[in-house]
Design a binder for this molecule. Sequence first.
Ligand code: ADP
Length: 688
Amino acid sequence: MGSKLTPQEFEVSKITNNLIKKSPVVWFLWKKKYNWPVEFVSDNVETVFGYTKDDFMSEKVMYSEIIHPDDIQRVQKEVISQSKTGTSSIIHEPYRIITKTGEIKWLNDITLIRRNKNNEITHYEGIVIDIIEQYNREKSLKESERKYKVLSEQFRLMSDNIPDLVWSKDLDGNFTFVNKAVCEKLLIAKDTQEPIGKKDMYFAIRQRKLYPDRKDWHTFGEVCINSDEVVLKTKKPQRFDEYGNVKGKFMFLDVYKAPIFDNTGKIIGTVGHGRIVTKEKEAEKQLQKQNKEYEILNKKYIAQNKELEIAKEKAEESNRLKSAFLANMSHEIRTPMNSILGFAQLLKDPSLEPESKNQFIDIINNSANHLLNLINDIIDISKIDANQMNVIENECKLNEFLFEIYQFFHSEVSRKKGQLKIVFKKGLADGNDVIKTDITRLRQILINLMGNAVKFTHEGLIEVKYILTKDKQLLFSIKDTGIGIHKKDLTVIFERFRQSEEASTRKYGGTGLGLAISKACVELLDGKIWVESQHKKGSTFYFTIPYKKGTTPKLEKKITIDKSVDLFEGKTILVVEDDIHSTLLLEIILKPTKATILNAKDGFEAIEVCKKNTNIHIILMDVQLPKLDGLKTAKEVKKILPHVPIISQTANAMHQDKQKSLDAGCVDYITKPINKKELLQKIAKYML
Ligand code: ADP
């Protein structure tokens, strides 16, 4: 070494020295002696060992003494064993040394063996590297690997033992992790490894192929939005509804997805969590359905409530109307009763002029007829309610029939109101006017409408007419120039008990039943009824009935009775009647006819009388008799006197009663109150 260094060499040596000083690599030259005394060591020895170069080279510090007691034997063994092999180098496993400050450091030691010419080992020359940093790094790596392993095992354990689905995917949508639930419930993969590196569509398609005929099933991913893409685009955690068929069964997933970022903030994939909520969704659907049903029910209830409200209002209205009706009825009954009773009292006066007497009798008659009409109306309303209004069709000559009614009103109009005229126009020529209809009902309708026209018209004209329409309907109209009807009342007047401007019509009387009955009758005959009216100008009531052409009606044996005197002379009439007043009335009516009158007060008496008197010519039989009723009696009497005609008398005005009488063997029936003319006509018809 004695030669001087060139300035460049000196510079290089300086840099090398500096480098060496800072380097963790220390160069040693050990003597092959006990305890490995150091012959030479590089300048940087202090940075690693804490001892100075001098400490070593003065042999104050022996190298073997600073090796960790736990490692020294191994290191010695490595030296001895490897030296023996004749190798030129010794490779040590890293060992520890204890520095001057007592710090333990790990070293890597690569030792070269120096031999002399005789191949005897003289020195060991080695590079010793402080590997603490590398060691620490490796250690922490190992530690973090261990921790990672523990964590991932724990995570795997956790995720495989929950019912929910957990997974992660890379940017291309390939699975990087799936838990057991994903495999078993969603992908139908054989284990948690199978899906790694594959996309979910791979499994969806595989599932689909298993059910080729079920076109209605869709697999996951087929109809849902690509939620991975949404998460990658928005870079935000989000919730999705995902659904599809797995093993053919519909499944609904409540899915949460979030982006995964690396430590530089770059997106590297997504994580997902899914919960199977099929049942909950079905329950929700069911609930929604139920809610809808409840909504409908609610609406229904509201409607029902409204209906109830309307019904209640109607009931209250009908109550109000009934009260008004009762007040009217009371008035309608009491007024004629007042006349009947009052004038009957006056008749008792022996000094009464015959003219006044006749006038009083007329008043009593009219009042009684009025009462009878009222009772008939009430019976009709009951029949309508009981559905007992029957249609019994007869043939009639319409013009003749209408003319009779017209005449009745004509005489009434001319008698009461000089300012009022009534005209009748026919729509079919005489001879061509035979129709088939229920004339009782038709008469009732016409009398009601014409009666109203007369009642509500003070002056002007009442025009009654009918025409045959193109659609084969007979259209009747009754037009008046009377008080008219308010527009608001045009429909309600056809309801029972309803009157227009009730207060003002009170002065006209009436019960508000006529139009309701007329409407029921028209509808019974398959027709329609309506009204056109202008307040204070007049009204026209229209109704239709189907036109049924008839043949000529049978000519009834018409007996005109001018006077009853001696009419039934030589004839015997049996009157079966329990009511003494009715018996008296019949006797008074029949007395002038000179007929012999026999009486029986009940059915049994009647049978006895018939047995004893075989010369009876006709029997007038009351239907409602004590002990044995009239119809049963009639049947018994027929056995004794089969050829004697029986006419039943009844206070019931039902159609069935007539039929029942005929069935019991009677030839005809007559309703009470008995009309004298009608009674005599009927007796004459069957007896003479
Ligand atoms: P009533 O005549 O007994 O009151 P109706 O049922 O026959 O009962 O008539 C009902 C109501 O219709 C009458 O009270 C009246 O207000 C009105 N009305 C009927 N016919 C006429 C008419 N020709 N002119 C004016 N109002 C009428």
